[in-house]
Design a protein around this ligand. Structure first.
Ligand code: CA
Ligand code: CA
Length: 442
């Protein structure tokens, strides 16, 4: 999509409502099923591209990319699955039961037995996980879109595949593993991802949601596969890679000032300060990138990554009901679900004041959180996103500088949240059903 997309959308809306602002969201994920009743009204249409004529009208090297691009199959299909993708009635029943468990509801013995049987059934789990992965992007899109009018969603499908291409990235010049060669390799890997972000950014999207990532162990394995050293890749070598990767991605995305990039922190219970998660940790370097942990009832979810330096905010991410392919609704948990809650807020902020930059949207979200003592040493802002506060600041910022708007609003914050936990934390070990979506397909 070319740079004039926003302008064209805005102009066409001018005839309907002078104040209307065309909000755009890109969902970088496993594909979005726009046939869903909840997503049909928010399907984005690129006005510079004519559908299904085999011609690349907007000359972005992608023919007929009307509602996004499928990087995985290199075609225009924003969803892209041919196999059976609807959940079976048994899967839906288990899904609902597990959500009740996660919310700390009282389950009877029969319910527990049903859950245990299902999770011990390898065949069931394989199908169920497959459909959870397929539905991931559709679920994320539904969360981000909830309650927002005048939104256009585009799908950048590039997830759910094996990262084997990344493992096979070989540059013969780089045979010896040194600090310099690790940095060069990190830049090469970043370059491989960048064009997807640029696709988003070129359209001047308001928000990009990235509910995916590489954990630190995978990062070290990728380095090992590239250089094949005799010993293991050390943490400090992994960090050298991460820093170079983050700086490269940031250089690419920070040029696109209108867009805020929202990334999930990861589901490994890890401290991202000491074991970086990518691309979530780009947020540390980049003013228009925000990283998100998951909470349930204002307490860090038992699977969520965190980081006093590297994870900006927390948002609800447990047992979230949203859209799934086949016009279904399912529950899912993960920082993958927390991130689109932040994307949703970012879109509302842009709707309240379209003049705000991506970096300013991040500032508003971070500065208006409800603080909780259990998050103070785990999250940079020390809190959970607060929609009401953020929107009041966004509105104020139309007539005041952002600094003044924040200052004025903060005087009115009655900091209700003080770390009180209202629900019992789940006791059973959480099965790894909602895997962090596979590392970015490269
Ligand atoms: Ca095109
Ligand atoms: Ca076309």
């Amino acid at each position: 999509m070319r740079k004039n997309m926003k302008t064209t959308l805005t102009l066409s809306l001018l005839f309907i409502n002078l104040n209307a602002y065309a909000l755009t969201l890109f969902v970088g994920d496993t594909g979005v099923d726009f046939r869903h009743d909840k997503l049909k009204p928010v399907q984005g249409f690129n006005p510079s591209e004519i559908a299904d004529n085999g011609i690349d009208e907007d000359r972005n090297q992608r023919k007929d990319d009307v509602s996004g691009w499928n990087f995985q199959d290199n075609n225009k299909d924003p969803f892209g699955y041919k196999r059976e993708y609807s959940f079976t009635s048994k899967e839906l029943r288990i899904n609902k039961l597990y959500a009740r468990y996660e919310r700390g509801e009282n389950l009877n013995n029969q319910d527990f037995e049903t859950l245990r049987d299902a999770f011990n059934d390898a065949e069931f789990l394989e199908d169920y996980n497959y459909r959870n992965n397929i539905s991931h992007g559709t679920h994320v899109a539904g969360i981000a879109a909830k309650g927002i009018k005048g939104l256009s969603i585009f799908s950048a499908r590039h997830n759910g595949a094996n990262p084997r291409d990344l493992f096979s990235l070989k540059n013969n010049k780089l045979n010896k593993m040194t600090e310099a060669s690790i940095i060069e390799f990190a830049k090469e890997v970043a370059k491989y991802s960048e064009y997807r972000y640029l696709y988003t950014a070129e359209s001047q999207a308001d928000v990009y949601n990235g509910s995916y990532g590489y954990d630190f162990e995978l990062i070290k394995r990728i380095i090992k596969s590239r250089f094949n050293p005799t010993g293991e890749v050390t943490d400090s070598q992994g960090k050298i890679f991460s820093k170079a990767y983050n700086e490269s991605i940031c250089r690419a995305v920070r040029k696109f000032k209108n867009t805020i990039f929202v990334f999930a922190a990861g589901n490994d219970k890890a401290n991202n300060d000491s074991s970086p998660s990518l691309p979530s940790n780009v947020s540390e370097f980049c003013p228009n990138v925000i990283s998100v942990a998951a909470v349930y009832k204002n307490k860090l979810a038992n699977f969520s990554n965190y980081g006093k330096r590297t994870v900006d905010v927390a948002a609800p991410g447990v047992a979230i009901l949203s859209s799934a392919p086949g016009n279904q609704m399912i529950y899912a948990s993960g920082t993958s679900m927390a991130a689109p809650n932040v994307a949703n807020l970012a879109l509302r902020i842009k709707q309240a004041n379209p003049a705000l930059s991506g970096a300013e949207v991040k500032t508003i979200i971070v500065e208006t959180v409800s603080k909780f003592s259990n998050l103070s040493d785990k999250i940079r802002s020390g809190g959970v996103i607060n929609t009401e506060r953020a929107l009041s600041v966004a509105k104020e910022s139309k007539t005041k500088s952002l600094k003044e708007a924040l200052y004025a609003a903060k005087a009115n914050f009655n900091n209700k949240g003080n770390g009180t936990i209202s629900a019992a934390a789940p006791v059973m070990q959480r099965p790894s059903l909602y895997v962090m979506p596979m590392p970015e397909a490269l």
